[in-house]
Design a protein around this ligand. Structure first.
Ligand SMILES: NC(=O)c1ccc[n+]([C@@H]2O[C@H](COP(=O)([O-])OP(=O)(O)OC[C@H]3O[C@@H](n4cnc5c(N)ncnc54)[C@H](O)[C@@H]3O)[C@@H](O)[C@H]2O)c1
Ligand SMILES: N[C@H](C(=O)O)C(O)COP(=O)(O)O
Length: 352
């Protein structure tokens, strides 16, 4: 049986991306599941091989099919940039690198859309560097959505116990309240329900929705978004047959959500830190990032460029491995329907 080809975008060369990729590719169990191909830069990957004291040999390919069935001791690379040392000093994001990372992501998306690869797992980028290079996206998520011409996408971070999706993603906190609309909350619930369904076995997924304000607004004393927007969106989702509850006060919610077995299959949080602080506290090692709603399979690490560790060889590759494993699993059970929305998997867990 042909193994799926999983693309891995190298991410920011000034961060830990290249190192965690090298460490992940050294794990033979990943290579048993999938063929892997790194989209990135030769000098950056050579440096990472040295930093990690790795025995992997970089094998440059011209096209994805050449990455098939290579020896486990190789690191297959589609080189899409020719960066110089000055472009990738550790901890110092550069415009040239910001432009290069954009090109890795773009080519990976094109290859997945064309059916030349089965999925993409992305290593961390500096959003600032990509934007300084003129690619004005808040992150991978928005770039991927644009390349896939997808409006209904949702960021979800997932571990064994918690899965959290976000109504607003990378936004200034001051802008968040204005972005909490009925349509946006309902869309996030819908895409979460579709995307998470195959992750949680049989039945309709149980989804919890958080409040925006302390104590759900305390009857309007601390805000009325719960009554005006969030509750009506929950009711609309319930009328569509979705199993949705809330809004729950966020302060106490995660204590109960993290019980075993978890009472909910997914949690819809109103903003980035509301959902990702508890998620990363519990799942920094095994967590992954998923983009739900895309026509391609995209997974990612749950951490950033970790500039303080770049070049040390000490960064953990656990999340990178989990992201690659999850991508392979998603491919294995994906429904074969053109332009499919959402993702399907055959297991409820993403253990690295
Ligand atoms: N998927 C992505 O591309 C992605 C995700 C998150 C953050 N970022 C970007 O990364 C940059 C830095 O963000 P940040 O400082 O908020 O978060 P960060 O995750 O880079 O670092 C936070 C802390 O976690 C540690 N850490 C991160 N990854 C680790 C690993 N693999 N092993 C051990 N420790 C690790 C760091 O050393 C640091 O102490 C920002 O530009 C941000 O936008 C990118
Ligand atoms: N919010 C994510 C995290 O904290 O892990 C993240 O920054 C990734 O964003 P993109 O996947 O859109 O780059």
């Amino acid at each position: 049986m042909t193994k799926p080809l999983i693309l891995i975008t190298m991410g920011d060369p000034s961060g830990v991306g290249p190192e965690i990729i090298v460490k992940a590719l050294e794990d033979p169990s990943l290579r048993e599941q999938s063929d892997l191909l790194v989209l990135g830069d030769r000098l950056a990957m050579e440096r990472a091989v040295t930093v990690c004291g790795s025995g992997l040999t970089i094998v440059e390919v011209e096209e994805p099919k050449q990455a098939r069935n290579l020896e486990a001791e190789t690191l297959p690379l589609l080189a899409l940039s020719r960066l110089e040392a000055a472009d990738m000093a550790y901890g110092a994001p550069s415009e040239r690198a910001g432009d290069a990372v954009y090109r890795y992501i773009r080519r990976a998306t094109e290859l997945c859309l064309a059916g030349e690869a089965a999925a993409v797992a992305t290593a961390p980028i500096s959003k600032e560097a990509m934007n300084r290079a003129g690619h004005t996206y808040h992150g991978h998520t928005e770039l991927l959505a644009e390349l896939c011409r997808c409006d209904d996408y949702v960021m979800m971070l997932a571990g064994d116990i918690l899965r959290v999706s976000l109504v607003t993603i990378h936004e200034a906190l001051a802008d968040v309240p204005g972005m909490i609309t009925f349509e946006q909350v309902l869309k996030t619930i819908r895409v979460t329900a579709t995307g998470v369904a195959p992750l949680c076995g049989t039945g309709t997924p149980r989804i919890a929705v958080l409040s925006l304000n302390p104590h759900c607004g305390e009857g309007g004393m601390f805000g009325d978004e719960e009554e005006r927007i969030i509750m009506p969106a929950i009711q609309a989702a319930q009328a569509e047959g979705l199993r949705v509850e809330g809004p729950f006060s966020a302060d106490t919610f995660f204590y109960f959500a993290a019980k075993t077995p978890p009472p909910w299959d997914a949690v819809v949080a109103m903003y980035h830190d509301q959902g990702l602080i508890p998620l990363k506290m519990l799942h920094f090692d095994d967590g992954i990032n998923l983009t739900l709603g895309l026509p391609i399979i995209r997974t990612s690490v749950d951490h950033g460029t970790a500039y303080n560790l770049a070049g040390s060889g000490r960064a953990s590759a656990a999340s990178m491995k989990a992201a690659i494993r999850a991508a392979a699993r998603l491919v294995g059970s994906r429904e074969d329907r053109p332009g499919c929305r959402g993702i399907t998997v055959d297991s409820h867990t993403f253990v690295p």
